[in-house]
Design a protein around this ligand. Structure first.
Ligand SMILES: [Zn+2]
Length: 468
């Protein structure tokens, strides 16, 4: 598989450190609110990468954290007059409702920053002992970015960009040695949660949390580190600086970043106030449609959010689900008696082609956009196969492949829903009425079925019922 690596700005062949095993980390949510569509994109993207790596035969250890202590959390807690922990508990619960809805598999490890304080202090201490970190009295412990020769290698910024005016202005940056220096440990302020440390009571900076949780759960060097592209600088650059200086080895071999979700050409973000939470969107569209919408674009391309585009995704997903339902219906129907050899051969070949093309697209830097097109191509072939009376065995090959590749994308096809006995009884009564040529009665029963939220369609292979 090839992945675009932000470090080298090229697509590279993915080679894990240990054959058959992948260690992957993605930055998780700060749990002070519901998450929005822009936040959801990395969750879905890295869940899909994980699913595809597993499908390709790798064993994946995936860690995604919760940031449960930072300025925004403290502010929210103070506004509501509750503890930071209360806020974290509430929004972690809400996170799971949406993330489970989006069918994101639970990560192997999902640590909270506040449960990783020991690991955080361990890294800060290693940096301090090496002289890479220094204390600003009354403020905190800071990282000196000039102590690492390759600082800026991920974002491709250099220190000159970060240090306008050079050395002589150093003293003016609130006691920092360099303007790009960042806090590893923030000393306690009145009313803030705090932990003990060798430098004084306080709380961790944001960047150090991820460095610590990676080390604690996955080790010093991991295969893949992911996140949204807005995290490249300074967050990921600083993770690299801290981890590599403290551990004296590479933090991650592949850095994978997803692009933004835009609204009217602007990045969706809480600070711009143009965001739509997943919870809000889920009130109008099923979760699986939101996931399908996210995966319909390549992860490195911006996607635009609009009602129309979500509706288009809904229609597209419905087409796939309907195809799966039709295949299942005909495979199980006694009335279906397809046995056309050419049609059977054609749909089996289409299933194999869809699989091979899907794998080729996913191998090419997780190109889910074209992988979705492969699904549509298979749907078209499957629909033709039913019309052309392919064998049930051939239809089953198509259905299994459709389920297999949609499952790799984590796309749920809602076809398993059982039709209630009340409705099946009515469908039988209607069929009996039609047989007796009592069409008025048949129509009456059809209306009754519709009023109960189901549709009944006559097909050459018998009546087919669907939930409206
Ligand atoms: Zn992070």
């Amino acid at each position: 598989m090839k992945l675009f690596n932000t470090l080298t700005r090229t697509k590279e062949e993915f080679k894990p450190i240990e054959p058959g095993h992948v260690k992957m980390y993605a930055c998780g949510p700060t749990v002070y609110n519901y998450f929005h569509l822009g936040n959801a994109r990395p969750f879905v993207t890295f869940d899909t990468l994980r699913r595809y790596l597993e499908y390709s035969g790798y064993e994946v250890e995936f860690c995604q954290n919760f940031t449960d202590i930072d300025d925004k959390m403290i502010k929210r807690a103070n506004e509501e007059g509750v503890t930071v922990k209360d806020i974290a508990e509430r929004y972690i619960k809400e996170y799971y409702i949406d993330a489970d809805g989006l069918n994101c598999k639970r990560p192997t490890y999902q640590p909270r920053a506040t449960e990783s304080i020991g690991a955080i202090i361990g890294i800060v201490k290693a940096l301090y002992d090496q002289g890479v970190a220094y204390v600003i009295d009354g403020d905190g412990v800071y990282y000196d970015v000039t102590k690492k020769d390759d600082y800026g290698k991920l974002s491709h910024y250099n220190l000159e960009d970060l240090n306008p005016g050079g050395g002589e202005r150093k003293a003016s940056y609130d006691g920092k040695r360099n303007p790009g220096d960042f806090a590893l440990w923030k000393f306690k302020k009145e009313g803030e949660p705090f932990w003990n440390s060798p430098w004084g009571e306080g709380r961790p900076g944001w960047h150090i949390e991820c460095s610590a949780m990676i080390k604690k759960h996955l080790g010093n060097t991991i295969d893949i580190h992911g996140g949204g592209q807005d995290l490249i600088f300074p967050h990921h650059e600083n993770e690299i600086a801290q981890s590599e200086a403290a551990n004296c080895c590479t933090l991650a071999n592949y850095w994978v970043h997803n692009a933004f979700v835009n609204v009217d050409g602007e990045k969706m973000s809480k600070s711009l106030g143009n965001f739509f939470t997943i919870r809000d969107i889920a009130a109008h569209f099923p979760y699986e449609v939101i996931r399908f919408f996210i995966l319909s674009g390549h992860y490195r391309m911006p996607i635009n959010f609009s009602d129309e585009l979500l509706k288009a995704s809904q229609t597209g997903l419905q087409r796939i689900a309907t195809c799966a339902a039709n295949l299942k219906f005909n495979i199980e129907s006694d009335a279906y008696t397809g046995d056309d050899q050419a049609a059977s051969d054609a749909v089996k070949a289409a299933a194999k082609e869809a699989h091979d093309s899907f794998v080729a697209h996913m191998d090419d830097d997780l190109n889910t956009a074209d992988a979705v097109t492969d699904i549509y191509t298979l749907v078209k072939a499957a629909n033709t196969a039913i019309d052309n009376k392919a064998s049930k065995e051939a239809l089953k090959v198509a259905l299994d492949m459709l389920n297999e590749i949609t499952d790799v994308l984590g796309i749920v096809l809602k076809v398993e829903e059982d039709i209630p006995a009340e409705i099946t009884d009515l469908v039988e009564q209607r069929a009996a009425a039609k047989k007796a040529k009592d069409f008025a009665e048949a129509d009456r029963i059809r209306d009754l079925i519709t009023s109960k939220g189901y549709s009944v369609k006559d097909t050459p292979n018998g009546p087919q019922v669907e939930k409206l």
